[in-house]
Design a protein around this ligand. Sequence first.
Ligand code: GTP
Length: 597
Amino acid sequence: TDLALIRNFSIIAHIDHGKSTLADRLIQRTGGLSDREMSAQVLDNMDIEKERGITIKAQTVRLNYTAKDGLTYELNLMDTPGHVDFAYEVSRSLAACEGALLVVDAAQGVEAQTLANVYQSIEHDHEIVPVINKIDLPAAEPEKVRAEIEDIIGIDASDAVLASAKSGIGIDEVLEAIVTKIPPPKGMRDKPLTAMLVDSWYDPYLGVVILVRVIDGVIKKGLQVKFMQGGTEHLIDRVGAFTPKRVDLPELGPGEIGFITAQIKEVEQAKVGDTVTTVKGGATQALPGYKEVQPVVFCGLFPVDANDFEKLRESIGKLRLNDASFSFEMESSAALGFGFRCGFLGLLHLEIIQERLSREYDLDLITTAPSVVYRLTMTDGSVKELHNPADMPDPVKIAEMEEPWIKATIYTPDEYLGSILKLCQDRRGIQIDLTYIGGRAQVTYELPLNEVVFDFYDRLKSISRGYASFDYEQIGLREGDLVMMNILVNNEPVDALSMIVHRSQAEARGRGLVERLKELIPRHMFKVPIQAAIGAKVIARETISAMRKDVTAKCYGGDISRKKKLLDKQKEGKKRMREYGNVSIPQEAFIAALRMG
Ligand code: GTP
């Protein structure tokens, strides 16, 4: 395709502002699919994405659009994941485009994630086309939002397209704006091949499918290519694009986005951001911006029923086929038996994997407290990375302990600001900036990641009734006075409940935890002490008094069927318990332990 007729763009938006709905409209309008094939939100193709309304895997579609100037353009619409956990994938997708549609909800206005995404887009020198969506809503204030885009983001919004993706208003105007405002890509056909690996996923029929953006040169079937970062060589056996149906193409030329396959079995071999070039006469310099992504949040996943271990192993293996950023290794715990220590890009990523395991693979799981990665400098000078509290060495051998920090940007209506500042302060936050725009506040805090992984996001949403938005980036390691807190039930440490906390938070955390456990652990025939301790020092304690729980006593011996029902119910309850020493701990206790007030 003639470079002048190509437009590569992405859509940036805050969650729920209508990105997927608009993408669907663009596909429908350009005839990529018949009405019958047009299932709701074709771009979000995983069930969870549909249900939670978030985009996880980037997908790109090619649309052919005949513009008012009579020419037919090739539009490559790149869908980007909408969450901070996937910031690196987003950055590579953006690097493959020349422009972006900025979708802002006419009733909600600009929000934190809109800002984060738009700044990233500006960094990639994108031409930004503002689209004010949902103008059909009674609460829509398009003029106010137009002013907000100009004041807050600082781009010209005088000719922002007013649209309703839902009712199909303004769709032609969006398409014309893409063609007239976003510049075509640059590239040279007769230079050595350089293509950026934008995304990869596992397809049961094709093996690993790789999405590429060709910068220079041409990629076609039969070509022997190498991945410059990964260092592997592959024979291209298929080249094509999604319209969104998969179509095979003879080649992808400069400026084009499409897919290739090369009999690759694992996504791990096709790393996002890598450079694809030919083995013979290839490029000598890899594209900039490549990064090896590392999991930042770790937790243990254990089957509630120990017999499900093999099933869990298999299911985790299958998920991993499609997600190279998620890591796992076998782990055993005295309390929970055999399971896996898993690493994630962030909390949302953790939740997604956890949910897919329980939903798609029908697994009942216990999740241990999420932990960040600490760096330990030992007294002998060696350096260790710690991502499981169970591996914490003897504190006397640790010279220094560092924890990861983040910079968080929170955007909120004024009325919730007070509670939000308190939340950040309680979580050891350092306020960096506070500004007001209209009736809203934007506040920036530096926070230790370990204070955020527990329930920060849930708390933020609940104190702001869902109005506050949150975005973060990692800012490196800082020294912290961190200690290992053990929970002892009937005088025995329960490894799955151990956690690393800041000394100043330990007592409050410990107290909250033992109080909660007291409510959740049923009475036994003996007294059960529950303690939180740092080393040998007990910092909080509760005791569950002894009681024989005879559930059938209430039935006065008479009604046999009722008695049987109660016993069955009790048996059912037992299944979800973990025997620990001679104490039974219900599954809910482990989960509740993660929800700190
Ligand atoms: P993420 O995938 O979570 O980033 O969300 P999104 O930005 O893709 O939003 P999506 O397209 O899923 O739309 C969110 C909700 O807004 C859905 O319930 C849509 O039906 C609705 N919606 C989208 N566009 C419009 C619109 O123009 N008007 C109205 N009234 N509702 C809309």
